[in-house]
Design a protein around this ligand. Structure first.
Ligand SMILES: C[S@@+](CC[C@H](N)C(=O)[O-])C[C@H]1O[C@@H](n2cnc3c(N)ncnc32)[C@H](O)[C@@H]1O
Length: 931
């Protein structure tokens, strides 16, 4: 079973986890801020920073590292934060007044350059992200930001892609002149989180509180979106939302037109609305009893795991027990059910076969004439298109399988022989054997569906053949099926052939199903959807959002109250000026909604044709109605009122993708307009990660490469960072490195010496060597080969370069010569010794000369003295004596030189001295006895 990609707890400990550990960051999230800082340079100039929801302190650590020295860094969280140098932290809830006051106390008269928020609501041990609470938390952090930020300051926050996301973005856009959403590479792809960087705070004199009130901000979207989950509805009930009939109705109109163009809400964002649980587990009954193969596939592609409910309280406990204990529910199947996200093709097919076999076993698939089986009715009303596609695909696959079966009939014997041969050669692992292999060998497959049919027949039931089951799933009727059966009977005369052909057909059909399963998995991927939407955009006019910004005063973005007081909406009322800008902005927003409705005849998008090719950076701007757009603003001015494109005919064409398009066409995604490219980045990341395992490329290097590859993030600046951070490691040319090494140390391997001598001796040429380089080891043709085979080959199948005996002898001789060379330190010691001996001799010579001239010495004395002097010169210098002090009495526990001891000394333990003396005595005694 292919478990290589399994994302276990250990797999969550990815490279950023490791990097955080090695670099001393408390949380892997630190890298998110590092990446954001790289892209937006948030920290370099920020002298006053507030970190909301800062525990355990990863972001503060990063801020401490990258902000100017002496910066004021304040962090707050519900959880205490272990002290971080140069940072002030306190425990509080950011939604409370006391937090506000404490922040004020810490900041004193300073205003913040940057407010950061990486908060996520604490929802206990289960990581269920209540998106609404999260959005509220974001709004709360924005509220604090508006209070503490200075004009021009920045605000960074984490948001989740949920129904409230657009509302949040809209509010951000009112308060900051630059708002971008981005997903740093360190943010896991499976996570719905996205970071919004708001720059250049406009600091209006006063802000309508409604801009920061969740009940107002999230109102319209909550109403226009699909039903919210119970928890969210409960919250709404607790805090009834204030409605604003005038504006909100129009807004709803707009929202309905734009944000909910589809009749049927489908989970375009990849998460079921309101369900932000990353792990979804369901009961196997939903899979086994799913009315059609398509539904079963949907279960497989949307869930992480399937479980059996064996508790006695389960309504179908007995049935579940039977399924669980069935011989078809092998350990492999149980493993697959436990982790559906890593299903390989083989696993997928096994599970689909298992479902069919269990259904056959329990008699779920029987002829309709006998039992009206409601569960087999294929519901086609929901996914007509997909169902049709699957049906067509199945028909095509069946036709293919028929042709294949004919061919295979001819080759049957050949195949059998090959299979047996492969087994003999140990080239096939049992798990890689297909059903065909099993049948070829005459063995019984655990999912031998024919067997299942027989079993049912034995029990007296009229088993529906597997083909029939598949046909039913395809929506083929009985007569068609019978016709096919007659044809098949003509084709296949003996039962073995028939059986084989059926198996082949089943395999073909399952292969087709697996492909569509994969398609489905891809479709769940938001990035893939964006890619598809873009492709469609190229061919047809789609909704292109509201007009681009221009410098024109009349078309400027409508800002908060302070900015728009006195400017009325078209109706001329100035009622909102009293209370604030919310109604005003909302009314203008509503106006645009009306224009959406009234501009049906205008099928042109405001994006010019050239713009289509440009990166789709679209920012929703609220234009004052009736004013034309200025020339040169990059926006077509032909039809000034047509702020949005026609949603008519095109909507029909692109109906199913509209929600996805609208979602990703918003201004927020302008920063990640290259989401599709990120796919490539991701793929290359995956490859890189594989390489990382294989080649142990350093994490740091990887990090650089990743940044350089991704469009989303800038290439790391060429100049080294001041603090010499480990991100900027130069990617050395390995060839150059090797050449340097060879220059310094010569050829080091037998292969290299052999090749070099072959070249020198003209036994080969350079071009011959280059030709030899074109071998399978240098090219990656691994597609379609079984993993066990590649593993095995990787271990044992190495390039076999020639090594001659002469080459090895030469290398050995070189090594011996190296070994024979005294090492530097030994040479130095020897020289020192020689020098000292020479000095001693010189000294003795001088002394001897003095003795020669001594008048009062007898010849004998002179000779004795001379001998003594010269003898001393030749003798080994006396080792300086070391006095041994026993650590007892006054000396016990003594530190430093004991009183009255001069020269070298050593403090020893009394017991140690005794033992050493005893040993010496023993040695002496033994020596004596020997003599
Ligand atoms: C993802 S962690 C933050 C990690 C942090 N940025 C770091 O790098 O170490 C989210 C934090 O939000 C905090 N949080 C959630 N709700 C909060 C609230 N109402 N007030 C303060 N902190 C809150 C949680 O206690 C949690 O520590």
């Amino acid at each position: 079973m292919a478990k290589a990609n399994k994302k276990t707890g250990a797999a969550r400990k990815d490279k950023y986890y490791t990097l955080a550990k090695t670099q001393g960051y408390r949380a892997r999230s630190a890298f998110k801020l590092i990446h954001l800082n790289r892209k937006y340079d948030l920290l370099g100039k920020s002298k006053v920073v507030i970190d909301l929801c800062a525990a355990p302190g990863g972001w503060l650590q990063v801020a401490e590292k990258y902000c100017p020295k002496q910066s004021l860094l304040v962090g707050v969280d519900l959880d205490p934060i272990r002290p971080i140098p140069n940072c002030t932290t306190f425990v509080d809830d950011i939604t409370t007044q006391s937090c506000r006051q404490q922040l004020r106390g810490h900041l004193k008269h300073f205003q913040a350059d940057l407010v950061m928020h990486d908060g996520a609501p604490n929802v206990g041990t289960a990581w269920v992200q209540d998106a609404y609470t999260q959005s509220e938390l974001v709004l709360q952090s924005l509220k604090l930001a508006t209070e503490f930020l200075k004009k021009g300051g920045s605000f960074v926050t984490k948001v989740f892609r949920s129904g409230d996301y657009n509302s949040l973005m809209w509010v951000f856009n009112q308060l900051f002149s630059k708002v971008e959403a981005t997903k740093p590479p360190s943010s896991r792809n499976v996570s719905a989180e996205i970071f919004v960087v708001c720059q250049d705070y406009l600091a209006p004199k006063s802000i309508d509180p409604k801009f920061l009130d969740p009940r107002h901000v999230f109102k319209e979207f909550a109403q226009s979106n699909a039903p919210l989950p119970v928890s969210i509805l409960a919250q709404q009930d607790d805090k009834p939302r204030i409605t604003n009939p005038g504006a909100s109705l129009a807004l709803q109109g707009q929202a309905i037109n734009v944000f909910a163009p589809e009749k049927k809400k489908r989970m375009r964002e990849g998460y079921a609305e309101g369900d932000y649980t990353l792990f979804r587990s369901i009961n196997v009954r939903d899979f086994i009893l799913s009315p059609s193969i398509d539904d079963a596939m949907r279960v497989l592609s949307t869930c992480n795991a399937m479980t059996f409910d064996l508790s006695s309280s389960a309504p179908d406990a007995e049935q579940q027990k039977a399924w669980f204990e069935s011989r078809r529910t092998t350990d492999d199947i149980k493993r697959d059910l436990a982790d559906l996200k890593v299903l390989g093709k083989g696993d997928f097919k096994k599970l689909m076969k298992w479902r069919v076999s269990i259904r056959l076993e329990v008699g779920l698939d029987v002829k309709k004439s006998d039992v009206e089986d409601a569960t087999e009715k294929v519901e086609i009303d929901e996914d007509v298109d997909e169902e049709q596609e699957v049906t067509e695909e199945m028909a095509r696959l069946r036709a293919e399988a028929m042709t294949k079966a004919k061919r295979e009939k001819r080759k049957a014997n050949e195949k059998k022989a090959r299979t047996i041969q492969r087994l003999h050669l140990n080239m096939t692992a049992p798990e890689d054997m297909t059903m065909e292999d099993d049948l070829a060998l005459g063995g019984e497959d655990v999912f031998d569906l024919g067997q299942g049919e027989k079993e049912i027949k034995r029990r007296g039931g009229k088993a529906k053949t597997l083909d029939a089951a598949l046909r039913d799933a395809d929506g083929l009727d009985e007569s068609e099926a019978e016709e096919e059966e007659v044809e098949e009977e003509e084709e296949f005369l003996d039962s073995e052939d028939e059986r084989e052909a059926r198996t082949a057909r089943l395999e073909g059909a399952l292969d087709g199903l697996y492909d569509s399963y994969q398609e489905r998995m891809k479709e769940r991927d938001a990035k893939w959807k964006v890619k598809q939407a873009r492709l469609r955009d190229r061919n047809q006019d789609a909704w292109h959002g509201v007009a681009q910004n221009s410098d024109d005063e009349d078309e400027r973005i409508v800002k908060v109250q302070g900015h728009n007081a006195g400017e009325d909406a078209e109706d001329g009322s100035d009622a909102e000026s009293e209370e604030g800008g919310w109604e005003h902005v909302a009314a203008l927003k509503a106006k645009i909604g009306e224009e959406v409705d009234s501009s049906d005849d205008d099928s042109d998008s405001v994006m010019s044709d050239e713009d289509e090719d440009k990166p789709k950076v679209r920012k929703v701007r609220l234009a004052l109605p009736g004013k034309s757009l200025p020339a040169g603003s990059g926006v077509s001015t032909r039809k000034p009122k047509s702020l949005v494109a026609n949603l008519g005919a095109d909507v029909q064409k692109a109906e199913l993708s509209m929600a996805a398009q609208v979602w990703f066409d918003q201004s927020v995604f302008k920063g990640i307009g290259d989401l599709a490219d990120l796919d490539v980045e991701e793929e290359s990341d995956d490859e890189q990660e594989e390489e990382e395992d294989a080649e142990a490329v350093s994490d740091v290097e990887m990090e650089d490469q990743e940044s350089a590859d991704g469009d989303d993030f800038e290439v790391v600046p060429a100049e080294p960072e001041e603090d010499g951070t480990e991100w900027d490691v130069e990617d050395e040319d390995q060839d150059v490195v090797k050449q340097e090494k060879i220059k310094k140390k010569g050829l080091l391997t037998g292969e290299a010496v052999t090749l070099a001598s072959a070249l020198v001796n003209r036994q080969t040429t350079v071009s011959q060597m280059i030709d030899d380089g074109f071998n399978k080891h240098n090219f990656n043709h691994k597609d379609g080969l079984p993993t066990w085979f590649l593993d095995d080959e990787g271990k044992h199948w190495k390039a076999n370069l020639p090594v001659t005996k002469e080459a090895m002898d030469a290398l050995r001789a070189k090594q011996r010569a190296l070994d024979a060379r005294p090492i530097k330190k030994v040479a130095e010691a020897k020289a020192r010794k020689k020098f000292k001996a020479h000095q001693r001799l010189e000294k003795a010579k001088k002394k001897a000369e003095g003795l020669v001239d001594a008048p009062d010495m007898s010849e004998r004395d002179r000779a004795t003295a001379m001998l003594k002097t010269l003898g001393k010169a030749g003798a080994k210098p006396k080792q300086k004596e070391v006095k041994v002090i026993v650590a007892r009495g006054a000396n016990r526990g003594l530190k430093g030189r004991p009183n009255g001891v001069k020269g070298r000394y050593k403090i020893v333990d009394a017991r140690m001295r005794k033992e050493m003396r005893a040993m010496k005595r023993k040695d002496k005694a033994t020596k004596k006895r020997k003599h």
